[in-house]
Design a protein around this ligand. Structure first.
Ligand SMILES: Cc1cc2nc3c(=O)[nH]c(=O)nc-3n(C[C@H](O)[C@H](O)[C@H](O)COP(=O)(O)O)c2cc1C
Length: 224
Protein backbone atom coordinates (compact mmCIF):
# COMPACT_ATOMS: atom_id res chain seq x y z
CA UNK A 1 0.00 0.00 0.00
CA UNK A 2 2.84 2.32 1.08
CA UNK A 3 4.46 1.58 -2.27
CA UNK A 4 1.29 2.54 -4.15
CA UNK A 5 0.96 5.83 -2.18
CA UNK A 6 4.59 6.81 -2.86
CA UNK A 7 4.19 6.04 -6.58
CA UNK A 8 1.06 8.22 -6.65
CA UNK A 9 3.00 11.04 -4.91
CA UNK A 10 5.90 10.76 -7.40
CA UNK A 11 3.42 10.95 -10.32
CA UNK A 12 1.72 13.97 -8.75
CA UNK A 13 5.08 15.80 -8.36
CA UNK A 14 6.04 14.93 -11.91
CA UNK A 15 2.78 16.37 -13.24
CA UNK A 16 3.15 19.50 -11.08
CA UNK A 17 6.73 19.82 -12.24
CA UNK A 18 5.66 19.74 -15.87
CA UNK A 19 2.96 22.32 -15.25
CA UNK A 20 5.63 24.48 -13.59
CA UNK A 21 7.87 24.19 -16.65
CA UNK A 22 4.99 25.11 -18.91
CA UNK A 23 4.43 28.28 -16.91
CA UNK A 24 8.09 29.31 -17.16
CA UNK A 25 7.93 28.62 -20.82
CA UNK A 26 4.81 30.69 -21.26
CA UNK A 27 6.41 33.56 -19.28
CA UNK A 28 9.25 33.47 -21.74
CA UNK A 29 6.78 33.64 -24.55
CA UNK A 30 5.28 36.82 -23.12
CA UNK A 31 8.64 38.49 -22.69
CA UNK A 32 10.12 37.44 -25.97
CA UNK A 33 7.08 37.24 -28.22
CA UNK A 34 8.55 39.06 -31.23
CA UNK A 35 10.36 36.00 -32.53
CA UNK A 36 8.86 33.24 -34.60
CA UNK A 37 11.81 31.04 -33.74
CA UNK A 38 10.91 31.00 -30.07
CA UNK A 39 7.37 29.75 -30.59
CA UNK A 40 8.61 27.09 -33.00
CA UNK A 41 11.17 25.93 -30.43
CA UNK A 42 8.59 25.85 -27.63
CA UNK A 43 5.91 23.96 -29.52
CA UNK A 44 8.40 21.41 -30.76
CA UNK A 45 9.74 20.85 -27.24
CA UNK A 46 13.30 21.93 -28.03
CA UNK A 47 15.47 22.38 -24.93
CA UNK A 48 15.96 25.68 -23.09
CA UNK A 49 19.53 25.84 -24.34
CA UNK A 50 18.45 25.95 -27.96
CA UNK A 51 15.67 28.44 -27.23
CA UNK A 52 18.19 30.79 -25.63
CA UNK A 53 20.43 30.67 -28.63
CA UNK A 54 17.42 31.34 -30.84
CA UNK A 55 16.68 34.45 -28.79
CA UNK A 56 20.26 35.61 -29.08
CA UNK A 57 20.22 35.10 -32.84
CA UNK A 58 17.09 37.17 -33.09
CA UNK A 59 18.50 39.95 -30.93
CA UNK A 60 21.70 39.91 -32.93
CA UNK A 61 19.73 40.14 -36.14
CA UNK A 62 17.91 43.27 -35.01
CA UNK A 63 21.06 44.84 -33.59
CA UNK A 64 22.70 44.27 -37.00
CA UNK A 65 20.76 47.37 -38.07
CA UNK A 66 23.63 49.59 -37.23
CA UNK A 67 25.07 53.01 -37.79
CA UNK A 68 27.28 53.82 -40.72
CA UNK A 69 29.52 56.80 -41.34
CA UNK A 70 30.13 57.03 -45.07
CA UNK A 71 32.00 59.90 -46.66
CA UNK A 72 33.77 61.33 -49.66
CA UNK A 73 36.87 63.40 -48.98
CA UNK A 74 39.18 64.80 -51.66
CA UNK A 75 41.90 66.21 -49.41
CA UNK A 76 41.36 64.47 -46.06
CA UNK A 77 39.47 67.07 -44.01
CA UNK A 78 36.05 65.38 -44.12
CA UNK A 79 37.79 62.06 -43.58
CA UNK A 80 39.14 63.34 -40.24
CA UNK A 81 35.68 64.38 -39.06
CA UNK A 82 34.15 61.11 -40.30
CA UNK A 83 36.70 59.15 -38.28
CA UNK A 84 35.85 61.11 -35.15
CA UNK A 85 32.09 60.56 -35.60
CA UNK A 86 32.68 56.84 -36.12
CA UNK A 87 34.89 56.65 -33.07
CA UNK A 88 32.40 58.48 -30.82
CA UNK A 89 29.35 56.52 -32.06
CA UNK A 90 30.97 53.14 -32.67
CA UNK A 91 29.54 53.27 -36.21
CA UNK A 92 31.11 51.48 -39.18
CA UNK A 93 33.24 53.76 -41.34
CA UNK A 94 33.45 53.69 -45.13
CA UNK A 95 35.03 55.93 -47.75
CA UNK A 96 33.38 56.62 -51.10
CA UNK A 97 36.30 56.45 -53.53
CA UNK A 98 36.00 58.04 -56.97
CA UNK A 99 36.84 55.68 -59.86
CA UNK A 100 38.98 58.50 -61.17
CA UNK A 101 40.72 60.11 -58.17
CA UNK A 102 40.84 63.91 -58.06
CA UNK A 103 44.27 65.42 -58.65
CA UNK A 104 45.34 68.83 -57.28
CA UNK A 105 44.73 70.23 -60.76
CA UNK A 106 41.22 68.74 -60.79
CA UNK A 107 40.48 70.52 -57.50
CA UNK A 108 41.75 73.97 -58.51
CA UNK A 109 38.78 76.23 -57.85
CA UNK A 110 40.65 79.20 -59.30
CA UNK A 111 40.50 77.47 -62.67
CA UNK A 112 37.13 77.68 -64.43
CA UNK A 113 38.17 74.72 -66.56
CA UNK A 114 39.18 72.39 -63.69
CA UNK A 115 37.36 69.08 -63.37
CA UNK A 116 35.70 69.93 -60.03
CA UNK A 117 34.52 73.33 -61.25
CA UNK A 118 33.13 71.86 -64.47
CA UNK A 119 31.34 69.09 -62.55
CA UNK A 120 29.80 71.55 -60.12
CA UNK A 121 28.61 73.72 -63.00
CA UNK A 122 26.73 70.78 -64.50
CA UNK A 123 24.03 69.45 -62.20
CA UNK A 124 23.60 66.34 -64.35
CA UNK A 125 27.15 65.01 -64.06
CA UNK A 126 27.37 61.81 -62.00
CA UNK A 127 31.02 60.85 -61.34
CA UNK A 128 31.40 57.14 -60.68
CA UNK A 129 32.81 55.60 -57.53
CA UNK A 130 34.44 52.27 -56.73
CA UNK A 131 31.99 49.51 -55.76
CA UNK A 132 30.79 49.90 -52.21
CA UNK A 133 31.25 46.59 -50.43
CA UNK A 134 28.45 47.10 -47.93
CA UNK A 135 24.80 46.09 -47.86
CA UNK A 136 23.68 49.60 -47.02
CA UNK A 137 19.97 49.02 -47.54
CA UNK A 138 19.76 45.93 -45.32
CA UNK A 139 22.41 46.42 -42.66
CA UNK A 140 22.10 50.03 -41.55
CA UNK A 141 19.31 52.09 -40.05
CA UNK A 142 21.24 55.31 -39.38
CA UNK A 143 23.65 56.80 -41.87
CA UNK A 144 25.99 59.75 -41.42
CA UNK A 145 26.90 61.05 -44.87
CA UNK A 146 29.95 63.30 -45.12
CA UNK A 147 31.43 65.42 -47.92
CA UNK A 148 33.26 68.69 -48.57
CA UNK A 149 31.38 71.72 -49.90
CA UNK A 150 32.28 72.51 -53.48
CA UNK A 151 30.99 75.76 -54.84
CA UNK A 152 28.36 75.96 -52.13
CA UNK A 153 26.99 72.48 -52.80
CA UNK A 154 27.65 68.77 -52.42
CA UNK A 155 30.17 67.30 -54.86
CA UNK A 156 28.37 65.61 -57.75
CA UNK A 157 29.75 62.23 -56.65
CA UNK A 158 27.49 62.54 -53.60
CA UNK A 159 24.55 62.90 -55.99
CA UNK A 160 25.66 59.65 -57.64
CA UNK A 161 25.70 58.01 -54.23
CA UNK A 162 22.34 59.21 -52.91
CA UNK A 163 20.58 58.36 -56.16
CA UNK A 164 21.89 54.78 -56.00
CA UNK A 165 20.05 53.72 -52.85
CA UNK A 166 16.61 53.48 -51.35
CA UNK A 167 16.77 55.04 -47.90
CA UNK A 168 13.23 54.10 -46.84
CA UNK A 169 13.03 53.62 -43.08
CA UNK A 170 16.49 55.07 -42.49
CA UNK A 171 17.65 58.20 -40.74
CA UNK A 172 20.31 60.04 -42.71
CA UNK A 173 22.42 62.75 -41.17
CA UNK A 174 24.53 64.79 -43.58
CA UNK A 175 27.69 66.49 -42.41
CA UNK A 176 30.22 68.52 -44.33
CA UNK A 177 33.46 70.41 -44.05
CA UNK A 178 34.13 73.68 -45.83
CA UNK A 179 36.14 76.89 -45.73
CA UNK A 180 33.07 78.73 -44.46
CA UNK A 181 29.98 77.76 -46.47
CA UNK A 182 27.06 76.22 -44.59
CA UNK A 183 25.51 72.81 -45.24
CA UNK A 184 21.94 73.94 -45.97
CA UNK A 185 21.99 74.13 -49.77
CA UNK A 186 23.69 70.75 -50.11
CA UNK A 187 21.53 68.96 -47.55
CA UNK A 188 18.30 70.14 -49.14
CA UNK A 189 19.68 69.22 -52.61
CA UNK A 190 20.46 65.66 -51.63
CA UNK A 191 17.33 64.96 -49.62
CA UNK A 192 15.27 66.18 -52.60
CA UNK A 193 17.28 64.00 -54.98
CA UNK A 194 16.64 60.82 -53.01
CA UNK A 195 13.02 61.33 -52.04
CA UNK A 196 13.36 58.50 -49.49
CA UNK A 197 14.51 58.37 -45.87
CA UNK A 198 14.26 60.63 -42.88
CA UNK A 199 16.88 63.34 -43.51
CA UNK A 200 18.05 65.36 -40.54
CA UNK A 201 19.31 68.87 -41.13
CA UNK A 202 22.98 67.98 -40.70
CA UNK A 203 25.97 70.03 -39.67
CA UNK A 204 29.00 71.82 -41.08
CA UNK A 205 32.33 71.31 -39.34
CA UNK A 206 35.64 73.04 -39.73
CA UNK A 207 38.61 70.75 -40.15
CA UNK A 208 39.69 71.56 -36.60
CA UNK A 209 36.42 70.48 -34.91
CA UNK A 210 37.13 68.88 -31.54
CA UNK A 211 35.80 65.61 -30.14
CA UNK A 212 33.69 67.61 -27.68
CA UNK A 213 32.10 69.64 -30.48
CA UNK A 214 31.24 66.42 -32.26
CA UNK A 215 29.95 64.77 -29.08
CA UNK A 216 27.70 67.77 -28.30
CA UNK A 217 26.28 67.68 -31.79
CA UNK A 218 25.61 63.94 -31.55
CA UNK A 219 23.93 64.35 -28.17
CA UNK A 220 21.68 67.07 -29.60
CA UNK A 221 20.54 64.71 -32.36
CA UNK A 222 18.93 62.46 -29.73
CA UNK A 223 19.39 59.36 -31.84
CA UNK A 224 17.90 56.17 -30.36
C1 LIG B 1 36.55 72.68 -56.00
C2 LIG B 1 36.40 73.20 -54.61
C3 LIG B 1 35.37 74.09 -54.32
C4 LIG B 1 35.21 74.57 -53.03
N1 LIG B 1 34.15 75.40 -52.76
C5 LIG B 1 33.98 75.86 -51.50
C6 LIG B 1 32.87 76.69 -51.20
O1 LIG B 1 32.03 77.01 -52.04
N2 LIG B 1 32.73 77.13 -49.91
C7 LIG B 1 33.62 76.79 -48.93
O2 LIG B 1 33.44 77.23 -47.80
N3 LIG B 1 34.68 75.98 -49.20
C8 LIG B 1 34.87 75.51 -50.45
N4 LIG B 1 35.91 74.67 -50.71
C9 LIG B 1 36.80 74.26 -49.62
C10 LIG B 1 36.43 72.85 -49.11
O3 LIG B 1 35.05 72.74 -48.85
C11 LIG B 1 37.17 72.51 -47.81
O4 LIG B 1 38.55 72.69 -47.99
C12 LIG B 1 36.86 71.10 -47.34
O5 LIG B 1 37.12 71.00 -45.95
C13 LIG B 1 37.68 70.05 -48.07
O6 LIG B 1 37.30 68.77 -47.60
P1 LIG B 1 38.08 67.44 -47.99
O7 LIG B 1 39.51 67.62 -47.52
O8 LIG B 1 37.40 66.37 -47.23
O9 LIG B 1 38.01 67.27 -49.46
C14 LIG B 1 36.11 74.19 -52.00
C15 LIG B 1 37.15 73.31 -52.32
C16 LIG B 1 37.28 72.83 -53.59
C17 LIG B 1 38.40 71.87 -53.90
Amino acid sequence: MKKIISMLLISAFTVLGLVGCAEVSSDKETVNTPTTEISVAETSGVTDEIETSDIKDTVDESSDKKMLVIYFSATGTTKGIAEKIASVTGADLYEIKPKEPYTDEDLNYNDDGSRATKEQNNKDVRPEYEDIELDIENDYSTIFLGYPIWWGEEPRIIDTFVESYNFDGKTIIPFCTSGSSSIEKSSSNISEKTGTGNWLSGNRFSGSATDDEIKNWLTGLELE
